[in-house]
Design a protein around this ligand. Structure first.
Ligand code: HEM
Length: 312
């Protein structure tokens, strides 16, 4: 399973790149993505081949983006896309942002928005296709929605997809794309655990909150190893049991993901379309996690077979 951006490419990168060099752009982006390993997270500049390819790809990406920026400025061309917003944005002191910063922010945005979404969609699909009961419940929901709204999918229709929402949320509980969240401690503070232990956290330290462990705490999540989307349903709402940080696939606090609602929309568009139009079967075994990568992606290829169909 591989999800690649297309129309989102125009909204983000602009029509020039979307029309002429989207493949090249994403091949370069994937070089950067491929270098993202746990080792690199702690030692980002070690001279290994993956880092050299990453650095060469970044230079090329900057050339492509800078050329687009210059061409727009040269012809006074203004477009409606995220790239234009970055070009036009200014610091508080009136300074424009540099081409290098535009490139860095763009790579950051693609990573934050596209990479996370494609991984989460792949995990959601793997769970759905591996669990006949959940798959049937998700298909039944689509049938009911088609009966109520016809075949159109828009914002309001997506909001009615509660089951699919929970299927995605549960896949992300078991496989959060960011396995740990890091924060720099600005002010000393004390933590008391449920068991009554006390920990002093000094200013200047970096603390790690391991989402990948927190989501398996058994007093919060019943049978945490089990894929059970209904644990988020009415009457259970297990993600509320341990307070507001029980579920942190989209992080929490000041730096919580601003793209969460949009991310759910995108994943629901993908999976409602697939469920409505294809009969899918998982051919490969259920994927293991690729632990060497920072974002928890499925190991190897997730293979599915498909037959075209239309849900009535
Ligand atoms: C399934 C989809 C997504 C997942 C799982 C996800 C996850 C996350 C997580 C865990 C963080 C916080 C990292 C931290 O606390 O250190 C984060 C931050 C962020 N996300 Fe997302 N995200 C998703 C989709 C998106 C989308 C679609 C966008 C934009 C369109 C986006 C934009 C951002 C940005 C800009 C930040 C940085 C926020 C800050 O540092 O203040 N994300 N995301």
């Amino acid at each position: 399973m591989r999800f690649s951006p297309s129309s989102s490419g125009r909204c983000l990168l602009g029509k020039e790149i979307r029309e002429k060099m989207l493949d090249e752009f994403y091949t370069l982006f994937h070089e950067i993505e491929n270098s993202l390993s746990l080792i690199n997270f702690f030692l980002p500049y070690i001279p290994i081949p993956a880092n050299r390819r990453r650095d060469a790809a970044r230079i090329k990406l900057k050339e492509i983006l800078s050329e687009t920026v210059r061409s727009r400025k040269r012809y006074n061309q203004v477009e409606e896309d995220a790239l234009q917003n970055l070009i036009d944005s200014k610091y508080k002191d009136g300074r424009s942002i540099s081409e290098d910063e535009v490139t860095g922010l763009m790579i950051g945005l693609i990573f934050a928005g596209e990479h996370t979404n494609s991984l989460s969609s792949a995990w959601t699909g793997s769970y759905l296709l591996n669990d006949a009961k959940c798959l049937m419940t998700a298909i039944e929901e689509q049938k009911k929605i088609i009966k109520k709204f016809g075949r159109r999918i828009d914002y309001h229709v997506l909001l009615e997809m509660y089951t699919l929402d929970r299927c995605i949320k549960e896949a992300l509980r078991l496989h959060p794309t960011a396995p740990m969240l890091l924060r720099k401690v600005h002010k000393h503070f004390t933590v008391w655990t449920k068991e009554g232990h006390e920990y002093e956290i000094p200013a200047g330290h970096t603390i790690v909150s391991p989402t990948v462990l927190n989501h398996y705490i058994p007093y919060i999540y019943k049978d945490p190893e089990v894929y059970d989307p209904e644990r988020f349903g009415p009457g259970r709402e297990e993600d509320k049991v341990g307070g507001k940080f029980s579920y942190t696939s989209f992080s929490g606090g000041r730096h919580a993901c601003p793209g969460e609602a949009y991310g759910y929309m995108q994943m629901k568009v993908i999976w409602s379309y697939l469920l409505r139009n294809y009969e899918l079967k998982l051919l490969s075994p259920f994927p293991k996690e690729e632990w060497r990568k920072f974002a928890l992606k499925p190991q190897g290829k997730v293979m599915v077979s498909y037959k075209i169909r239309q849900l009535a």
